[in-house]
Design a protein around this ligand. Structure first.
Ligand code: PGA
Length: 250
């Protein structure tokens, strides 16, 4: 049985002191959950967040990284730097990065390769635009993103990789994909993984849904056959709301 992994994506929100206060509030609320809890926080909050989660079941992730180890890349952060301070997860290829920062399937594939080599656990995001969905191309787009993104990743390296299916039209818009639509898209991704890597990997890989997940729709989504949790944006900014999503099964 695949476990449920619920990851918060704070995006560009929360100062270090707010990050610490949030974790202190969240920790007691989720301490008994059997689901995995991750917070992906801004770079500047990482160190503070890592100190504050000590002794809790909350894991910490970054939201991006560079694929080179070091060099003349002003303003960038490498996978090695994240690993050096014990960051465990990293979001790769979020649609906002693809949209605003020229992230491509090629850079995503380089980042996934690097993250895995360094021992970080990637949360690899894919998703279609509304236009693509309405043109009946959603499945083709997302399976292609999966294929391209994973082009440099070998079968034995998939152990710690999470995929997040996030339809772009559902991010931050209040529009959620219906549980059935989300489940069908995730099934298509799982089928692509089956073709690329075989049955065992396809059955075990964690595939989250993301896009306007909140405490009121989490249960319906997470009860679908193929949805293994969520990547949560807006609703991960309030500890009590995020805790309710993590504890959807209580
Ligand atoms: P949202 O964002 O929950 O605010 O829609 C999800 C995401 O971008 O990961």
């Amino acid at each position: 049985m695949r476990k449920k992994i619920i990851a918060g994506n704070w995006k560009m929100n929360k100062l270090p002191n707010e990050a610490m206060e949030f974790i202190e509030e969240l920790a007691p609320l989720v301490k008994d959950t059997k689901n995995e809890v991750i917070l992906c926080v801004p770079y500047i909050d990482l160190f503070y967040a890592l100190l504050t989660v000590q002794g809790t079941n909350i894991k910490i992730g970054a939201q991006n990284m560079h694929y080179e180890e070091s060099g003349a890349y002003t303003g960038e952060i490498s996978a090695e730097m994240l690993k050096a301070i014990n960051v465990e997860y990293v979001i790769i290829g979020h649609s906002e990065r693809r949209q605003y920062y020229n992230e491509t399937d090629e850079t995503v594939s380089l980042k996934l390769k690097k993250a895995i080599e360094v021992g970080l656990k990637p949360i690899f995001c894919v998703g279609e635009t509304l236009e693509e969905r309405e043109a009946g191309k959603a499945e083709e787009i997302i399976t292609n993103q999966v294929k391209q993104g994973l082009s440099k990743v070998k079968k034995h390296q998939l152990q710690n990789l999470i995929i997040a299916y996030e339809p772009i039209w559902a991010i931050g818009t209040g529009k959620t994909a219906t549980a059935e639509d989300a489940n069908n898209s995730i099934k298509a991704i799982r089928n692509e993984i089956l073709k690329l890597y075989g049955k065992e990997i396809a059955e075990n890989i964690i595939i989250q849904y993301g896009g306007s997940v909140k405490s009121t729709n989490a249960k319906e989504l997470f009860e679908m056959s193929d949805i293994d949790g969520a990547l949560v944006g807006g609703a991960s900014l309030k500890a009590d709301e995020f805790a309710k999503i993590v504890e959807y099964d209580k």
